[in-house]
Design a protein around this ligand. Structure first.
Ligand SMILES: Nc1ncnc2c1ncn2[C@@H]1O[C@H](COP(=O)(O)OP(=O)(O)OP(=O)(O)O)[C@@H](O)[C@H]1O
Ligand code: SF4
Ligand SMILES: [Mg+2]
Length: 329
């Protein structure tokens, strides 16, 4: 049971239960990418999902969209969005939900934009596909969105083609396209990390505004734990396909309890160099299904850690932590 999450008064917008996803292979055994993920997100909540490369962040994002890429497969579990199981919906219904209610922004703007349409046309098309607005109103919305993502000289950029934009500007256009329909749930998969720090903060403020003022929700995926402190209500730490800690932001930064969270924060509180090294770290995972996946890197490891897989359980400070010997007090 997902009994470790604080109860919310409103029904969750997103509910992920016991989700297991693996990538199949002809040459070797299936690679588990997500192992028993439980996560709920309420309307008006912005949750940060932090973990290093290969932890399973994109796989979770795509599973939520109902689009696990081949050769990936949902082995078990359930994902409900607005009370509906996305994977069970006919393609057409799922497509109608994606874009209008559930939008995902990814960090490769060139692949997202149509090279033969202007920026204004692309945003207007999306707006018109999901609303009853006429051409002039949709163009006004497009202009407003370009202003919101702080594109310089937005009136002129409406008529620009993607190849005329810098990478950072193209990224902001992709974000503008995703937010133009005011979706109720936005997944940002590492989508702001290429932007300079000031623009990144502005885009996140925009996302936060949307969440706060319209009761929308967001899952903000990143490898940079520092940025989550200012914008997210809760932080979930994912390691080797498992959520190892989840807590309210203030409580998390005040007293991180999982040894991996502490390692993560220690790395980020030091130099930029350490930070770059951390984001490149190859994951050393405990291959045995029995023990704790983090055991090979853990300074608090004890014999029990190798033998028994830790369950996610609530500590006295209200964090949910997957560890036999969390750092408490
Ligand atoms: N198409 C694929 N085929 C086989 N294995 C895959 C595929 N995509 C992902 N994986 C594996 O699934 C695991 C999770 O990958 P995923 O892309 O979800 O990680 P991530 O947290 O998004 O990493 P990053 O921060 O680098 O984007 C990794 O072990 C990865 O090697
Ligand atoms: S269960 Fe053991 S090895 Fe795993 S994080 Fe906790 S102390 Fe470390
Ligand atoms: Mg990813």
């Amino acid at each position: 049971m997902a009994d470790f999450q604080p109860a919310t008064e409103t029904a969750p917008l997103l509910r992920v239960e016991h989700l297991r996803v693996s990538y199949q292979s002809f040459e070797s055994a299936a690679v588990p990418a997500l192992r028993d993920i439980d996560l709920t997100i309420a309307p008006g909540e912005m949750v940060g999902l932090v973990g290093e490369s290969g932890a399973g962040k994109t796989t979770l994002a795509r599973s939520i969209m109902g689009l696990v890429p081949r050769p990936g497969r949902i082995d078990s579990g359930r994902i409900e969005f607005r009370g509906q199981v996305m994977a069970e919906l006919p393609d057409e219904e799922r497509r109608a939900i994606l874009g209008r209610h559930l939008a995902m922004v990814i960090p490769n703007p060139r692949s997202e934009l149509n090279p033969v349409l202007t920026v204004g046309q692309q945003i207007s098309n999306v707006v018109r596909a999901h609303s009853k607005l006429g051409a002039a109103e949709a163009r006004q919305t497009a202009l407003r969105m370009l202003e919101a993502v702080r594109i310089p000289d937005p009136g002129r950029r409406l008529n620009a083609y993607p190849h005329e934009l810098s990478g950072g500007m193209a990224q902001r256009v992709v974000i503008a396209v995703a937010l133009a329909c005011e979706p109720s749930f936005v997944i940002s998969d590492d989508a702001t990390s290429g932007l300079d720090v000031t623009v990144q903060a502005q885009v996140l403020e925009l996302l936060q505004d949307m969440v706060r003022s319209r009761g929308a929700s967001a899952l903000f995926i990143t490898r940079d734990i520092a940025i989550t402190a200012h914008f997210c209500d809760r932080i979930a730490i994912i390691y080797a396909g498992e959520i190892v800690e989840i807590a309210d932001t203030a409580a998390f930064f005040d007293r991180p309890a999982h040894p991996y969270s502490i390692m993560l924060l220690a790395a980020f509180s030091h130099s930029g160099d350490l930070r770059r090294r951390w984001t490149r770290t190859e994951i050393a995972v405990n291959g045995s299904a029995a023990g704790c996946a983090f055991a090979p890197r853990c300074v608090r490891r004890q014999p029990r850690c190798e033998a028994e897989h830790p369950a996610l359980r609530t500590t006295h400070s209200g964090h949910a932590v997957r560890c036999h010997f969390p750092v408490e007090g």
